[in-house]
Design a protein around this ligand. Structure first.
Ligand code: HEC
Length: 174
């Protein structure tokens, strides 16, 4: 027996359909079936089942100093490795990345992203950026969002400040 005919024998021995798992029999809610006692595909839920009632989303927390400090802590840990501590996209990862380089989060493009878009990016990920829903609870996502907003406002013309703020800022700049 040649090697080719052995291979053919082996092939003939198996079910040569590649779609078995894709075309399984199914039972739609408004269909009937012989498999179940009342012949209906729609079955009453077993005793003790409670309807799923998702919790309404918590209202966003107020933007306080404590929230921003928390946001900075989470940002520095989870976002800065790629987007840079200043959010400007300069990081070790960005320098080594060949696919899609983490963008600046403080440039003009990121500044126009709506809050909801940034929150969803953190929650679900975006392109090659992974989701952070597992490590950042909704409150932390909100804290990170507002810390990013604070980073975006970091570069301000001195003339745009009130005299008191300018006085304080100049003291820091000396
Ligand atoms: C592993 C590297 C990495 C980490 C960590 C990371 N990002 Fe990203 N991020 C990226 C990359 C890469 C992109 C661009 C993705 C693309 O365009 O495909 C991106 C895109 C974004 C965008 C732009 C989304 C848009 O709609 O244009 C935002 C905002 C963002 N990231 C915020 C964050 C925040 C906040 C964190 C921390 C919770 C974070 N990223 C953590 C790599 C990362």
């Amino acid at each position: 027996v040649t090697r080719a005919s052995l291979a053919l024998l082996a092939l003939a021995a198996c079910d040569w359909s590649l779609h078995r798992m894709q075309r399984g029999p199914r039972c739609g809610v408004d269909e009937s079936t012989e498999l179940l006692a009342n012949a209906s595909c729609e079955q009453p839920p077993p005793d003790g089942i409670v309807a799923f009632d998702p919790e309404p989303p918590a209202p966003p927390p107020p933007i306080t100093r404590a929230l921003l400090v928390r946001g900075r802590d989470r940002f520095d840990r989870f976002c800065a490795p790629c987007h840079g501590l200043a959010g400007d996209g300069d990081s070790q990862v960005a320098r080594a990345m060949s696919l899609r380089v983490p963008p600046s989060l403080v440039g003009a493009a990121a500044a126009t992203l709506p809050d909801a878009r940034i929150l969803v990016t953190i929650e679900r990920g975006y392109g090659v950026m992974p989701s952070y829903a597992m490590v950042l609870a909704p409150r932390d996502r909100f804290a990170v969002l507002h810390y990013v907003r604070a980073l975006q406002q970091r570069i301000v013309e001195l003339t745009a400040l009130s005299p008191a703020q300018r006085e304080e800022a100049t003291r820091w700049l000396r």
